[in-house]
Design a binder for this molecule. Structure first.
Ligand code: SLL
Length: 153
């Protein structure tokens, strides 16, 4: 393939997690020390279908989890789990092979507890918390396939 010189394409994505305390009924079915259910995700902005250019997302969880490397190959790119602690999740994004783009690695700190500027709202919402980061993925001198893909989408 040929690269498109002097061209830079950037696409926004959202990386984040939400979490909430387990209800007493849910705690009956979860391991005894687990306190929260949470979801880690990679999403498009405004519901964009990112599977047109993202092939798979690998989430590396804390070693306390069974099968701590979770490979997600179709939408939604997310992992839903229960647990008791906060930790850093390594997130590796693989692009569709036609783009010839190398995978990119991000980190997200899993948030379970109300704290920070939104603490009062989070407490009022029964401990429902959310932590989302906006990332700009930049393709520098993309291959023609990638260039055309984003022209059309
Ligand atoms: C902490 N450094 O001490 C962190 C570690 C580990 C979280 C958090 C349970 C996994 C399981 C779980 O929530 N691990 O038992 O399946 O806060």
């Amino acid at each position: 393939g040929t690269r498109v010189s002097k061209c830079q394409i950037s696409r926004p994505i959202l990386i984040g997690n939400d979490a909430k305390p387990l209800t007493p009924e849910e705690r009956v079915h979860a391991p005894p020390d687990h306190t929260h259910t949470w979801r880690i995700f990679v999403e498009g902005v405004d519901g964009e279908d990112i599977s047109k250019w993202i092939k798979k997302v690998v989430f590396k969880l804390h070693d306390t989890y069974n099968n701590s490397t979770r490979s997600i190959e179709s939408l939604p790119f997310e992992v839903i789990e229960t647990g008791w602690g906060e930790f850093d999740i390594m997130i590796r994004i693989f692009f569709v092979p036609e783009t010839h783009e190398k995978s990119l690695t991000f980190y997200h700190r899993l948030k379970l507890h109300p704290y920070g500027p939104r603490m009062e709202e989070e407490k009022a919402a029964g401990g429902l918390v959310e932590s989302v980061q906006y990332e700009e993925i930049v393709f520098n001198e993309p291959f023609e396939y990638t260039y055309k893909l984003f022209l059309e989408n």
